[in-house]
Ligand binder design. Structure first.
Ligand SMILES: Nc1ncnc2c1ncn2[C@@H]1O[C@H](COP(=O)(O)OP(=O)(O)OP(=O)(O)O)[C@@H](O)[C@H]1O
Ligand SMILES: [Mg+2]
Length: 322
């Protein structure tokens, strides 16, 4: 038995676009490796376009990595037999609950149909749907089961999506910005619901978010991505209280801090050329600490302890051997 429930080893994703004669390639995810233990919440944060959703889609097998391997416990998810099992064991919650539900089907159908298809109920499907609606706090459940998506609010739709996912009894849930389309108080309700369900069912989550507050609220560990690469990964509190990578510092500096506890203000560079550098550190043009070596040579992600890794020349001397 693997000590990790999910282990991602050096995955890349290259997207190809253009015509037959003029193709262009874009590396959206570059050599990403991480793990998730059972019952753990890993938050993935990073700016728009940093490869968070692409990583999530590879884990849930919606798209294939160009290279690298993903293991669910000990099984490679490429395994043909396992691919039938994977959608039940690893489910995804998408950002937009409005698009996730078919407007022509009732809530009861939206939750009940996958249960029927996957033979998840022995008795009455209706009873199981009512149970799931109650579990996610949509009560009285009889009032919701016959409704159509347009008759319920955004927060209620996201609860329906969560009920549908839970019906399949997954072990890992990959939630891609599950609260970003909801107002703040409803977003907190959904996060609390996810945390309660995690405790109840010993679930693991990969939570993708723009919001460092949500990451801090929910996650045990945090993984920061920039331009398709992991730049820092470690315990959530440690990363937030003492960020190492300049990009993590920028992220924290850009987050609202009503208590103004963050007294270190760094002057980041606003690059004139927004193209990604072809060699060296991807953050070099925005980094006020960049040295010649950051522009000329690639930097690999190095461990600073058994729990913390960072991809930055500033910490080369602090690197430890694990
Ligand atoms: N199917 C695709 N074809 C080509 N390029 C793609 C495709 N999907 C994503 N990309 C590109 O890959 C990069 C990473 O996209 P991704 O959706 O993973 O970003 P993200 O970190 O989830 O961003 P956001 O926070 O905005 O959701 C982006 O530059 C995006 O344009
Ligand atoms: Mg995304």
């Amino acid at each position: 038995m693997s000590k990790y429930q999910l282990q991602v080893k050096g995955i890349d994703k290259v997207f190809t676009s253009g015509s037959l004669f003029k193709k262009s390639h874009f590396k959206a995810v570059n050599n990403v490796s991480f793990h998730v233990k059972q019952g753990e919440v890993l938050a993935i944060v990073g700016e728009s376009g940093s490869g968070k959703s692409t990583t999530a889609r590879m884990i849930t097998n919606l798209i294939k990595p160009t290279s690298g391997e993903i293991f669910f416990e000990n099984t490679n998810i490429k395994d043909k037999k396992f691919q039938k099992e994977l959608p039940e064991r690893c489910q995804m919650i998408f950002q937009d609950p409005f698009a996730a539900l078919n407007p022509n089907h009732t809530i009861g159908y939206a939750i009940g149909r996958p249960l029927q298809l996957k033979n998840k109920v022995e008795g009455s499907v209706r009873e199981k749907v009512l149970e799931l609606l109650t579990l996610v706090g949509l009560t009285p459940a009889e009032d919701f089961i016959e409704k159509y998506p347009y008759q319920i609010s955004g927060g209620q739709k996201q609860r329906v999506v969560i009920a549908r996912v839970l019906g399949l009894e997954p072990e890992i849930i990959v939630a891609d910005e599950p609260t970003s389309m909801l107002d703040v108080s409803i977003g907190i309700d959904i996060m609390n619901l996810l945390l309660d369900l995690k405790e109840e069912r010993n679930l693991s989550y990969i939570l993708i978010t723009h919001n460092l507050g949500s990451a801090r609220y929910m996650a045990d560990r945090i993984m920061v991505m920039y331009a398709g690469e992991i730049v820092e990964i470690g315990d959530c509190e440690e990363v937030i209280n003492s960020p190492k990578h300049p990009y993590t510092k920028l992220l924290l500096q850009s987050s609202p801090d009503p208590w103004e506890t963050n007294d270190e203000v760094i002057d980041f560079i606003e690059p004139i050329d927004t193209k990604m550098p072809q060699t060296g550190c991807k953050f070099q043009n925005r980094c006020p600490f960049a040295k010649e070596i950051c522009r000329s040579s690639e930097i690999s992600i190095t461990p600073l302890s058994d729990k913390r890794e960072v991809r930055c020349n500033l910490y080369e001397k602090e690197a430890v051997t694990i």
